[in-house]
Design a protein around this ligand. Structure first.
Ligand SMILES: O=c1[nH]c(=O)n([C@H]2C[C@H](O)[C@@H](COP(=O)(O)O)O2)cc1CO
Length: 152
């Protein structure tokens, strides 16, 4: 199974330790195409952050976008940690809906944030799921999600 993990990068890296936990768990069920999102050394500047010059920056961002859209197409399931707001994650989720992918969003109410209505309101009971959770239960929740996939 190909899994696409979405997590904030330029939106802020506060939850990176949690992304690592999620990616590690997902790797028990398949290949995580976007493993780099969980890397501790990746900063909020994003990949190849040392590039300079408008053209180099444009080319880098285009390469990231095009690679990620290819991975999104290839993926069987999308797992997104949506607590830290991120334009990129919101974009990926919108594109994934259009591709009719199975989507599982994880949100932590303990953050004090209120999840965007464009994510919470996209829940449809079959392809798009939003799950409120706390950090201690993340592994169990992922186990439940992947075993529910196996049954469908
Ligand atoms: O360097 C990057 N590499 C990359 O794969 N992304 C993708 C994967 C993440 O799920 C998402 C994060 O978006 P943002 O950077 O807007 O928070 O976008 C985003 C960036 C930087 O925007």
């Amino acid at each position: 199974m190909h899994i696409y993990f979405c997590g904030s990068i330029r939106g802020g890296r506060d939850d990176v330790a949690l992304y690592q936990k999620i990616v590690k768990k997902c790797q028990q069920y398949g290949t995580v195409l976007t493993e780099h999102v969980s890397h501790g050394e990746l900063t909020e500047k994003g990949e190849d952050a040392s590039l300079e010059g408008d053209k180099a920056i444009h080319d880098r961002d285009k390469a990231i976008h095009d690679r990620d859209m290819k991975w999104l197409e290839m993926s069987d399931v999308i797992v997104a940690e949506v607590t830290q707001p991120s334009l990129g994650v919101g974009y990926e989720l919108g594109r994934a809906v259009d591709m009719r992918k199975k989507i599982f969003c994880l949100f932590r109410p303990s953050s004090g944030r209120v999840l965007s209505a464009m994510i919470r309101g996209a829940e449809d009971g079959s392809q798009f799921h939003v799950r409120d959770y706390s950090e201690e239960e993340v592994e169990r929740i992922l186990e439940e999600f992947f075993s529910s996939l196996a049954k469908n």
